[in-house]
Design a protein around this ligand. Structure first.
Ligand SMILES: Cc1cc2nc3c(=O)[nH]c(=O)nc-3n(C[C@H](O)[C@H](O)[C@H](O)COP(=O)(O)OP(=O)(O)OC[C@H]3O[C@@H](n4cnc5c(N)ncnc54)[C@H](O)[C@@H]3O)c2cc1C
Length: 396
């Protein structure tokens, strides 16, 4: 086993770093939006940056060339993801949703026309998807979803309600799971669709998140008519496609690099700050806590490397993605709590306070980390998947 990157990969990392130094707008750094905190201004900057990455081919580095990719290796994709995360580039979660979760599923199951229509535009950074999965009575038990899509002539007519739809108010398209056969076992009557969010009959209502920002939405579908050709893959086989899309969602690979940056900042703070006349860096409890999160983050990084390696071998991570998601989310929560303990009461202050430290990043992370082990399926559900698919334990 050789954990080193090749010389070519090392120089690719350097090229990415240099490029990011030039291209991350100063204004983005000033705004410093954390996860789920985008504003109109930060959203516009993120969309501009997305297009820039698209022009370079770095938005979708490992996609096939036919659909706007560069066919770079998955190790280079990992390096790019790490550098974007470490350098806090203007990439928000909507880019992850679109580029790494939805479009790869369309590449696997879509028609040639759908790949040309959607995937090539994703690669250019021109369009954004939101996810229409959860419903008021279908979250962990997603297969219980009730939104109906009924075939009428050349169209499907959609009726129902989705909830927790992140960035539904800003997305161009919805990647929608709907029931196309109510008379079969629930997993067997679901299909996947691409729905233009401007279609008449769609109503989007805001839900305010724990950070007091508008990132979620309820989305209502009232007799929404879409062309039949917007069905992706086989009718009633959507559950299988949905599970694959969820595996992509759970196999995010950049997170530990973002955490690494934060650990470095906490170490710097501990070295620079005295409490009761003593440097924080001399406090054995703080040293211990920092060492613990450093170990955990390193393990999280290795789990991500395994996922990138699996993709590079043409394998599809499934329970491995769930392992990554459970572990990464718990590392993030632990790190936020450690950060809070190090910063003490200063850590609770928001950005508008003159006493705030690290731009209130730790406090914001504490709040947003609550949601990280829920979105994409809660950690309990991930553990059920690991028990079943990974350990071969019987389905309950
Ligand atoms: C930040 C964030 C972003 C999101 N974005 C989107 C989005 O863009 N699109 C979208 O469709 N959805 C989105 N969601 C919704 C998310 O997928 C659901 O919240 C999640 O699947 C859990 O469903 P629920 O909220 O209905 O909770 P429930 O399913 O009601 O679960 C409640 C609790 O019961 C536990 N539980 C339920 N069933 C079991 C079981 N079988 N075994 C053990 N424990 C169980 C759960 O772990 C949880 O703790 C988002 C959620 C968050 C937090």
């Amino acid at each position: 086993m050789d954990f080193r990157f090749t010389e070519e990969e090392v120089s690719f990392r350097e090229e990415v770093r240099q490029w990011l130094k030039q291209e991350i707008p100063q204004r983005w750094t000033e705004l410093d939006p954390g996860i789920w905190e985008e504003t109109e201004e930060s959203w516009a900057l993120s969309r501009q940056f997305q297009r820039k990455l698209g022009q370079k081919g770095w938005l979708t580095p490992a996609y096939p060339k036919d659909y706007g990719g560069l066919e770079l290796s998955h190790m280079k994709r990992l390096i790019l993801a790490e550098e974007l995360a470490y350098n806090r580039a203007p990439i928000s979660i909507e880019v992850e949703i679109t580029v790494n979760w939805v479009a790869p599923t369309i590449i696997l199951f879509g028609t040639e026309k759908q790949k040309e229509d959607y995937v090539t535009r994703v690669a250019k950074g021109d369009i954004i998807f939101c996810l229409g999965y959860s419903e008021p009575n279908a979250g962990s038990d997603l297969a219980a979803l009730q939104t109906r899509a009924v075939e009428v002539g050349d169209e499907y007519v959609i009726n129902g309600q989705k909830t927790w739809c992140s960035y539904g108010h800003l997305a161009d398209y919805c990647w929608l799971a709907a029931r196309t056969d109510p008379d079969v076992p629930k997993h067997k009557g679901v299909s996947m669709f691409v729905v233009d969010m401007k279609t008449p009959g769609i109503t989007v209502r805001p839900l305010i998140n724990v950070l007091n920002r508008h990132s979620f939405n309820e989305v209502f579908f009232d007799d929404v008519r879409i062309p039949k050709e917007n069905l992706v893959g086989q009718k009633n086989n959507g559950w299988y496609q949905l599970v694959i899309a969820l595996d992509f969602e759970r196999s995010s690979i950049g997170g530990p690099a973002a955490n690494q940056r934060l650990i470095e900042e906490l170490v710097h703070y501990a070295k620079e700050t005295k409490r009761n006349g003593e440097p924080l860096a001399d406090d054995p409890l703080i040293r211990n806590e920092l060492a613990n999160v450093a170990v955990e983050n390193e393990v999280a990084r290795m789990v991500c490397y395994r996922i990138a390696w699996m993709y590079s071998k043409g394998l599809h991570p499934s329970y491995e993605s769930s392992m990554s998601m459970v572990f990464a989310s718990e590392v993030l929560r632990h790190m936020a709590n450690v950060g809070m303990r190090i910063l003490g009461h200063y850590g609770e202050l928001d950005r508008d306070s003159k006493w705030t430290i690290m731009n209130a990043r730790i406090m914001r992370m504490c709040l947003s980390s609550l949601s990280i082990g829920v979105g994409g399926g809660s950690n309990e559900i991930q553990r059920n998947i690991i028990a079943m698919r990974g350990l071969g334990l019987p389905r309950q």
